[in-house]
Design a protein. Structure first.
Length: 251
């Protein structure tokens, strides 16, 4: 599941992951990258570009979505020699699929996002909150329910437009509703071919001030920020997921 080069308009997050993939400890012939958590970039700090990855959840309100699309199209990256130079701003859109299935206006906007080559991610089918009485350590969903949530949304996004879908070539990213996840969630996204997740906590200690947060890494050996959340009793313990990319979300 090694990441391959993406079109120019794809998210800067994917570009950062590509840079890290080439410095992974695993051999280039391995199926999956293995990148440890690090606050340092894979190249000298003074040579590191600035990556800003914008993400939007749900995307089922037409007026708000049109505003975001117009805003992104009206701004461009500065001139330079890189792939993004002079290009309109890009972003990732994590889709709540159920409301869009019977809404032709929303489907048309999502298809336009796909045509513009934005990164289209999976935000589940029905947007469930997998907590009992708001307790993140007490889920109510089964493994099968998580599989269905991820698969139904992914199938809709990748289905041909002639068949009522959005026509996305591939869905690489996932964000869990309410940032609530557990092993059932992570197994479901791995089983459905998701390459990166943006649901984990980040910057949860005062020492992380934005200059020393973690670069994207793979979950071969867990997540330090998640482990702190487990110690604080607000996230469940999880297994390791070799090759699954983790990028932190800063709300």
């Amino acid at each position: 599941m090694t990441l391959s080069p993406l079109p120019v308009r794809k998210t800067a997050l994917a570009m950062a992951m590509l840079a890290l993939t080439h410095t992974a400890t695993a051999d280039d012939n391995e199926m999956k990258p293995n990148v440890s958590p690090s606050a340092l970039p894979p190249i000298p700090v003074q040579s590191s570009p600035m990556f800003i990855s914008l993400g939007f959840d749900d995307n089922v309100e037409a007026d708000g979505l049109k505003w975001v699309m117009d805003l992104l199209a009206s701004h461009h990256n500065p001139a330079g020699n890189d792939d993004f130079a002079g290009e309109p701003l890009t972003a990732s859109f994590f889709m709540h699929c159920e409301p869009a299935m019977e809404n032709e206006e929303i489907k048309a906007l999502w298809r336009e996002l796909a045509e513009r080559d934005y990164d289209i991610g999976n935000h589940t089918y029905s947007h469930p909150d997998d907590k009992v009485n708001y307790n993140p350590l007490q889920p109510w969903m089964t493994a099968e329910q998580w599989q269905e949530e991820v698969k139904k949304c992914g199938d809709f996004l990748t289905k041909d437009t002639e068949d009522g879908g959005i026509g996305v070539d591939e869905v690489n990213g996932f964000r869990a509703p309410f940032m609530t996840y557990n092993d059932n969630t992570l197994n479901a996204i791995v089983d459905n071919g998701i390459q990166y997740d943006v649901s984990f906590p980040a910057g949860i200690v005062p020492e992380q001030d934005g200059t020393n947060n973690y670069w994207p890494f793979t979950l071969d050996n867990g997540s330090p920020s998640h482990n702190l959340a487990v110690e604080g009793w607000w996230k469940p313990a999880i297994d390791n997921y070799p090759g699954l990319w983790r990028s932190h979300c800063i709300p």
